[in-house]
Design a protein around this ligand. Structure first.
Ligand code: GLU
Length: 477
């Protein structure tokens, strides 16, 4: 539970912003302009369901329009409120600036328990919410482009895209009005895994910098690291699965709504996820490992890396001092409150901040939006040309070898891999990897080169705010 003197989520984001701008040279006017949320639209609409009219409350908040369109997900949860949506919209501004996705920041939310409604009802509710936003240009390929967030996914994005297309029948760019769509509707391969994949790439990049690893008092190398993951939704699942299967990390605990599974030998992430989908999201009864009912306590387990991938405010003033992980990767938005952040910083915990760690989602959303506007799949023009060039080289090497009697033979599996042109998924992963590396480097450069910058979060804010400020200044502000 949050301590009573804990600031709200939006206040927490503002306090972190303030901590960074104090170290910058911005005019107070510009500082205030960047900090404030430009607008929040609240809509209450009715849908006739099960024989009566149900009223729903939704929001779309636009934090900054220094670049357009503005970008950010739409969340479905009972806990959605204006403060939360505004905090998340602000984080989108900084996140996009940090990873150089050319967007302003926005976020939406609908107060709803998505599990309380069946598919057809959810479609009616989503289409109606989308209608309300579309008619005010709060969903628009050039102005405001939503994406999935907690409680929403490809299915909801498909309904939104279709609703927009119905209301703009001649807009050739209609599908660019939303990202995270299914691939058959202009969606992007690799978008579903993107946020978790981004967490993996973030950690790989962190471990490429020995000084940073030493700051977290960790031994070199990601392999063998003991990881605790909170939340096995889209982000936590992909992060945990990729880290265990591709980087040899050991997932020693998974925390979910109804408790935690703890196994020092490492959990099988796929098996846990399968169990959850067969048991209405519950971990109860998972074979072999008993479920510890106090999930929150598992955040305090001794481990190398803690990945909160559920929701905001889970590490607060009440439990921060007991967190043992020397490295925390914020896969969720805002999982550490401002108060907790101060406690953890004093204890020397290294935090890879949300605006960087979970930026993989919006990065691949950017690729999807570009693909929708260019109306062509990435790699379609180059793939076979790339293959033909590689083939030329292989054939020439083989010819030289036989002409000169050198006896060289190229291994068949090398040849297969070398001769293959990149498909869309490979290109997306390459673009994401490059983005995560570059953004980390820009953040760590500030962290490492300035004595007054003590942590990665403050560094991330400085890089992001500086870019937003430059953009406002060139607009004449
Ligand atoms: N909801 C995701 C986030 O918080 C993705 C946003 C997007 O792709 O626009 O970053």
């Amino acid at each position: 539970m949050l301590a009573t003197n804990e600031p709200s989520f939006r206040e927490s984001v503002d306090l972190m912003f303030n901590r960074a701008v104090r170290l910058m040279d911005l005019s107070p006017g510009l500082e205030q302009k960047i900090r404030v949320c430009n607008s929040t639209y609240t809509v209450r609409f009715g849908v006739r369901l099960r024989g009566k009219i149900e009223t729903f409350t939704g929001y779309r908040s636009v934090h900054s329009e220094h670049m357009e369109p503005v970008k950010g997900g739409i969340r479905y949860a009972m806990s959605v409120n204006q403060d939360e949506v505004e905090a998340l919209a602000a984080l989108m501004t900084y996140k996009c600036a940090l990873v150089e996705a050319p967007f302003g920041g926005s976020k939406g939310g609908l107060c709803i328990d998505p599990r309380a409604w069946d598919t057809h009802e959810l479609e009616q509710i989503t289409r109606r919410f989308a209608y309300e936003l579309i008619k005010r240009d709060l969903i628009h390929p050039a102005q405001n482009v939503p994406a999935p967030d907690m409680g929403t996914g490809e299915r909801e994005m498909a309904w939104i895209a279709d609703q927009y297309a119905r209301m703009h029948t001649t807009d050739i760019n209609a599908w660019a009005c939303v990202t995270g769509k299914p691939t058959h509707m202009g969606g992007m391969k690799g978008r579903v895994e993107a946020t978790g994949r981004g967490v993996q790439y973030a950690l790989r990049e962190f471990f490429r910098h020995p000084e940073d690893v030493a700051a977290a008092h960790l031994t070199p190398g990601l392999a063998g690291k003991r990881v605790v993951v909170q939340g096995l939704g889209n982000v936590g699942y992909h992060a945990a699965k990729l880290l265990s299967e591709e980087d040899d990390c050991r997932i020693i605990a998974i925390i979910e709504r109804d408790g935690a599974l703890v196994d020092e030998n490492g959990l099988d992430v796929q098996a846990v996820r399968d169990w959850m989908s067969q048991h209405e999201g519950s971990l109860a009864g998972y074979p072999g490992t008993g479920l510890t009912p106090d999930g929150a306590a598992a955040l305090e387990l001794d481990c190398d890396i803690l990945i909160p991938a559920a929701m905001e405010g889970v590490i607060h003033q009440g439990n921060a001092a007991r967190i043992k992980a020397p490295l925390i990767v914020e896969a969720a938005n805002g999982p550490i409150t401002f108060g907790a952040d101060e406690i953890l910083r004093q204890r020397g915990t290294v935090i890879i901040p949300d605006m960087y760690a979970n930026a993989g989602g919006v990065t691949v959303s950017y690729f999807e939006w570009v693909k929708n506007l260019s109306h062509i799949r990435f790699g379609r023009m180059q793939r076979r040309a790339e293959e033909a060039r590689s083939r030329l080289l292989v054939e020439e090497l083989e010819r030289l070898s036989s002409d000169k009697g050198l006896g060289w033979t190229l291994a068949e599996d090398f040849k297969d891999r070398f001769l293959q042109g990149s498909d869309e998924l490979e290109l997306v992963r390459s673009g994401l990897d490059d983005t995560m590396r570059t953004a980390y480097q820009s953040m760590r450069e500030v962290w490492r080169s300035r004595d007054d910058v003590e942590d990665l979060r403050t560094a991330a804010y400085i890089v992001a705010i500086d870019r937003v400020a430059k953009s406002y200044r060139s607009k004449g502000l």
